[in-house]
Design a protein around this ligand. Structure first.
Ligand SMILES: NC(=O)c1ccc[n+]([C@@H]2O[C@H](COP(=O)([O-])OP(=O)(O)OC[C@H]3O[C@@H](n4cnc5c(N)ncnc54)[C@H](OP(=O)(O)O)[C@@H]3O)[C@@H](O)[C@H]2O)c1
Length: 257
């Protein structure tokens, strides 16, 4: 499917590995210049087909530099066509074991940067009269899970934020959507099943089986499958879709709409 993204400028955060990295690669392979931020970003620009990934060191927990990130991209590349709001995941803990420091840290990684970057990107795109924003959240927004209170709580707020942006910018040429990944095979997911196997005295394979038994497709997803959904939602192939929240989860969410 022709996506019409070539020569565009994208900003993808938390993108050195996992879902963020797969998304950056997918957009670069479509011919975009993708600024990919993370704490460990190196200096080397990577060519991908007609596009490229430009790594940029950035810590999302730093409010001051997060406030300038969109402007940095616009000053260097002249515009911003695509903003992918990805964040690292928070701690997984039973709700009653979460202390106030955990709440503050999760707020500063999951919600504050999404609001800062989403607002800056939306203002830039409204001026341009075009652009697309995707929030990468989680199915836990729609279906909370044991241990996921930090993720569900702040991502629900982020979800409401982008939905409101989509309503308010509906007639400006700017579209804002959300992709909700389900269980996806990344380092984070590997870390979670390893932590559970230690806590529960089980093997990692037993913990993986527990995750997968609730997924109708019988497997978890690949980061590239999440990236494919993001690429569609930022492309001209989805020109009449805004304000939507798309689970990419092998059918795991039980809600019918
Ligand atoms: N995997 C899943 O099953 C799944 C399902 C639903 C939702 N999610 C959510 O999707 C997001 C990505 O998950 P993932 O599985 O792709 O995670 P991952 O493989 O652990 O990758 C996390 C990324 O975040 C970056 N990062 C971490 N701390 C950062 C910081 N302070 N500032 C900037 N970047 C930072 C990391 O790079 P550096 O360490 O170099 O900074 C890395 O690129 C998370 O929010 C996760 O909770 C994941």
């Amino acid at each position: 499917m022709y996506l019409g993204l070539e020569n565009g400028i994208a900003l993808v955060t938390a993108a050195s590995k996992g879902i963020g990295r797969a998304t950056a690669e997918r957009l670069a392979n479509e011919g975009m210049t993708v600024v990919a931020t993370s704490r460990s970003a190196g200096p080397t620009i990577e060519e991908h087909g007609q596009g490229r990934i430009v790594p940029l060191p950035h810590d999302l927990s730093d409010a001051a530099t997060t406030a300038t990130l969109v402007n940095q991209v616009v000053e260097r590349f002249g515009r911003l066509d695509v903003m992918v709001l990805n964040t690292p995941g928070p701690r997984i803990l039973p709700a009653l074991d979460v202390d106030w420091q955990d709440w503050q840290a999760a707020h500063d990684l999951l919600l504050r940067p999404v609001v800062q970057l989403g607002t800056a990107a939306a203002k830039t795109m409204r001026r341009q009269g075009s652009g697309a924003i995707v929030l990468l959240s989680s199915t836990w927004v729609r279906q909370p899970a044991l241990g996921g209170v930090l993720s569900s709580s702040y991502r629900s707020a982020a979800s409401a934020f982008v939905k409101t942006l989509a309503l308010e910018l509906g007639g400006t040429g700017v579209r804002i959507n959300q992709v909700m990944p389900g269980a996806t095979g990344t380092d984070r997911m590997q870390g979670i099943v390893e932590m559970k196997s230690t806590t529960n005295g089980t093997t990692v394979d037993e913990e993986i089986a527990k995750v997968v038994k609730d997924i109708p497709t019988g497997r978890w997803g690949e980061a590239s499958e999440i990236a494919d959904a993001v690429a569609f939602l930022v492309s001209e192939r989805s020109s009449f879709i805004t304000g939507t929240a798309l689970p990419v989860d092998g059918g795991a969410v039980r809600a019918s709409h």
